[in-house]
Write a protein of this length. Structure first.
Length: 147
């Protein structure tokens, strides 16, 4: 599975940890790193856009974004049609986001979780699939709002 990953300066070290320790199970992960590539100050919208474009162009199946609070990344990512970004601070929230809300871009708040917790959150998110059914009906309602 190809997963696009991006982080600003505040999420850089967590991103490095995640890329090393979240490798996937039966479906190994190929990380598409969109930056930042160091801890020098950077602007999160650049990385959110790059991750979303990777998904929308078909280069990645899902995306991970990491910044201090996660909020700015999620706001930016959700501007793109077909992107469903959600902030998760624990494994349960990540699983629910994927199963119930079709979150295809997971956003991690690096100021509030350790790199180890981030890895566990991503692993939990990858372990489940979208349920569809009545949950798809809600996604359809969201999509209708954008028209």
């Amino acid at each position: 599975m190809n997963i696009a990953i991006g982080a600003d300066h505040r999420g850089f070290s967590t991103k490095a940890y995640v890329k090393q320790y979240v490798v996937g199970g039966d479906d190994p992960i190929a990380w598409i790193d969109t930056g930042a590539f160091d801890e020098e100050r950077s602007d999160y919208p650049i990385f959110a856009q790059a991750v979303c474009q990777s998904i929308l162009q078909g280069d990645a199946q899902r995306g991970v974004l990491i910044c201090g609070s996660g909020i700015g990344m999620a706001v930016t990512a959700n501007r793109f049609p077909g992107i469903y970004a959600g902030v998760a601070w624990n494994e349960q929230v990540a699983r629910h986001g994927r199963e119930n809300d079709n979150v295809n871009v997971l956003v991690i708040p690096s100021d509030f979780v350790s790199p180890e917790q981030a890895a566990a959150i991503i692993t939990a998110w990858l372990s489940v699939e979208f349920k569809g059914g009545r949950y798809q009906e809600r996604i359809d309602m969201i999509n209708a709002l954008k028209e």
